[in-house]
Structure formats: C-alpha cells, structure tokens
Design a binder for this molecule. Structure first.
Ligand code: SF4
Length: 419
C-alpha cells in the first residue's frame, strides 16, 4: 500500500533552468544494453555533448553516434528522411551485431519537425527481425537529463512480450543499474526466496522480458514516471517502496518486494542482515564526518529527494533546501513520509532566486549541475556534481559507503584548500 501523500509544502518555480538534456542518458544506457545502438539525429553540439560526457570510448566498436543535421537539412534543401535511411542502412550493413537501434531525437530534429517515430516504423519494417528500430526524444526542450532514460524505456515497453495468462507472479526491477549492482541485488532476492527477477533494461535486448498482470515492479530510479505509467497500462503493479540508496533504503526496498510476494518479514530481515550490518559499519565513519553539515540540493538529476533522505537519516546531515526538477508525489510518497517535516522542498527552478536562497543559507555542501558548480566553487563553497551520482554505482548495501564518500570528498577537498 502507498504511504499517504505528503503534506510538506512545496515551493514551485517556473523560471530559467540550468540543466543538461536527455541525450546524456545515452552515456549509461549504451554501457548497459550491450547489443543496442543509439543514433542521435542532431547537430554538432549534440555530438560534442555525448562525446565529451561519455569520455573515452572503451569498446572496439562504438555504441552511439550522431547523424548530423547540417545547414542543407535545416534550410529544407535536402530530404532528411532519405539521408537518415541511407545512414541507417549503411550502419546496420556494417554492424550486424546491433539488435536494437534507437533513433534519438534532439532539439534540431524537433525544430525541423523530423518525424522520427515514422522513420523508426519505416526502418523497422525493413530491418526486423535482424534489428528492431525504436525512437525516443532526448531533446533539451523542457526536459532534464535523466528523462532520457525514461523516454528510452517508455519507447521500449510497447514491444515487450505479453506474459502468458496463467504465469506466476514475477518481479521486475526497473531502471538501468550497473551489472555489478544487478548481480548483488539478484543474490539478495534469491536469498529472500524470490528466484526469478527480471531487470529492465536487460543486458541484451534479445533477452525475453514479459509484462502483464502477473508483473510486479520495483523502481530502482525515481525518474521513470512515464515508464511506470506504461507498465501499469499493461497491467503491471508498482511496488511502493523507498529507493535503494543507503542501508535503510536498500533494506526497505527489498522488504517491500518480499511483502508483495508474501514472504515473511523475518525472512527478509534475516536475508539482508549481514549485508545491512556491513553497510552500517562502513557508513559509521562518514556519519562522524558529515553529521550536522548543511547541504543544499539544486534540481538536476531527480535523485534529490531519496538522496536527501539518505543524507539526513543515515548520516545526520541538515537539509537546507531540496530542489528537484519534477516531484512525483506518488512514486516518492514513502520518501517524503520520512523526510524531516520542516524541510524546504522546491520543484522546478528560477535559477537566480535559488542561487540567492542558497547563498543566504550558507550550506557546507551544494549539490548541483556542472554549470553552477564552478561559480560556487570560486565563491568558496564545496560542490558535488549531481551528474556523478547517476554515473556511479550507488544503489544497494555494498555501495552505501561509496555513496557517502561522494558527498564527503568535496568537503575534504575544500577543507584542504583552507589549510
Ligand atoms: S539535444 Fe538540444 S540541448 Fe541537447 S545537445 Fe542537442 S541541441 Fe543541445
């Protein structure tokens, strides 16, 4: 059962925002789904963004690229659809290992009104069953960077196969997780007595993922609202839970799954006990270091509320303001229920006003996007880039101390600079 919706007041702002676009999601999605390819249909700016965000390409063959829309396309002098068909045909002829191709829309493709859903449909007819072609938008118009994953998974859901009518209840974990974290969680579920767990997205797009009324899903990430809506539309039931950040969050997330499968609470506690106490021991020195320190969250990754809960409840940090781009009160009901009741929550952004509030509250640590971090550092404030929290393995018991370390490190660095 869901926790009651929170009555904590929320400051809603709709002004200038400082966020990355949804293309950023390709950075972690291309690592996760090993036979997928992400073809951005965009400008040189889009190409630079993902190339620099993804860093050094460590694969023999890349798993993303940009089909550049140039001046001729923008002026309507060339048929962008013909160009796109040519690029995709060439790519798939050279790379038969690609089994799932995403055409990823961008601001420029939206500006010239290139209909990528029709392009994907057309190309899918030609390429299926060797390669499935889907599309989603990673454009920066009215989005924040984690919405790229939500849009990608949402595009995938309609082609997941239907569960057989008489299938037993099955657990699906939704949200891209590093393989190492996925393996740890799989072991935890098995120890609780839930042997069959499907992770979505899977490591290979050809793995069968069923969905239907027997599917119960746990969100691993708090930014998957459209994905969750579409799963529910196909009959799946969301398991309400805290998100698996920190020892407390992970234990509660696992226990919620156990409860949904009728597993006795004592069995869940017993199965998690060793990993939970390891995590608590590893967190203890960070608590000493971070207790009483003030933290201010700018809205960026949509992880802000679960992370604020972790910092406040497990490390004793003081929350000055917790900003988030979008606040999904139902998906976050369990999180909001355990936040300090006097916390200042904000949704959306009016960046200048928020900067003023941040300076006035004099936090020890500011969690924000890259664009704000350098100016704050030059003012003498310690900052944490929120994007790093999405790129790093931070879910689960074994990563709880690594997550705390991500917040402790900038404070130590600032301390050293003062000496
Ligand atoms: S999609 Fe838009 S915001 Fe993102 S890099 Fe391309 S032009 Fe910039």
């Amino acid at each position: 059962m869901n926790a009651p919706l929170s009555s904590i007041p929320v400051l809603r702002e709709r002004g200038q925002r400082e966020v990355f676009c949804g293309l950023t999601g390709i950075v972690w999605l291309h690592r996760k789904v090993q036979d997928a390819f992400f073809l951005v249909v965009g400008s040189r700016t889009c190409a630079h963004l993902i190339q620099s965000a993804a860093g050094v390409m460590i694969f023999a063959e890349p798993r993303f690229a940009t089909a550049i829309i140039d001046e001729r396309d923008l002026a309507g002098l060339a048929d962008a659809n013909d160009e796109l068909d040519r690029v995709v045909t060439q790519l798939l002829a050279r790379r038969p290992d690609i089994r799932l191709l995403f055409l990823v829309g961008s601001c420029p493709s939206e500006v010239i009104k290139l209909d990528l859903s029709r392009a994907a449909e057309r190309l899918n007819k030609q390429m299926w069953p060797q390669t499935r072609v889907l599309n989603y938008s990673g454009s920066g118009i009215e989005t924040t960077f984690t919405q790229g994953e939500d849009a990608c998974l949402a595009a995938w859901i309609p082609v997941l196969s239907e569960s057989p009518g008489d299938a037993a209840a099955e657990l699906m974990v939704v949200g891209s997780l590093p393989d190492i974290v996925e393996d740890q969680l799989r072991r935890q579920f098995a120890a609780m007595g839930i042997p069959k767990v499907v992770f979505f997205p899977p490591r290979r797009s050809t793995e069968t993922v069923h969905v239907g009324s027997n599917t119960r899903f746990l969100l691993a990430q708090p930014f998957l609202s459209e994905t969750a809506r579409l799963l529910e539309a196909r009959g799946a039931q969301r398991i309400p839970a805290l998100f698996p950040f920190g020892a407390e969050g992970t234990a509660a997330w696992l226990a919620a799954a156990g409860k949904s499968f009728g597993i006795d609470e004592s069995v869940c506690i017993e199965a998690s006990a060793a990993a939970m106490s390891r995590a608590q021991r590893a967190l203890a020195p960070f608590k000493e270091e971070l207790q009483g320190k003030k933290v201010f969250f700018f809205p960026d990754s949509q992880l802000e509320i679960p992370l604020a809960r972790f910092l406040s409840r497990e490390l004793g940090m003081v929350l000055t303001e917790v900003g988030t781009p979008y606040l999904h009160k139902t998906h976050l009901a369990e999180e909001l229920a355990v936040l300090p009741p006097d916390v200042q929550l904000s949704e959306g952004q009016d960046v200048e006003r928020q900067i003023d509030r941040c300076r006035a509250s004099q936090p020890d640590l500011v969690v924000c996007g890259l664009g704000l971090a350098n100016p704050f550092e030059s003012e003498g404030m310690a900052t944490k880039w929120s994007i790093e929290l999405v790129f790093s393995p931070v879910h689960g018991f074994e990563q709880a101390a690594d997550l705390a370390e991500l917040f402790a490190r900038p404070l130590r660095r600032r301390q050293r600079l003062k000496i």
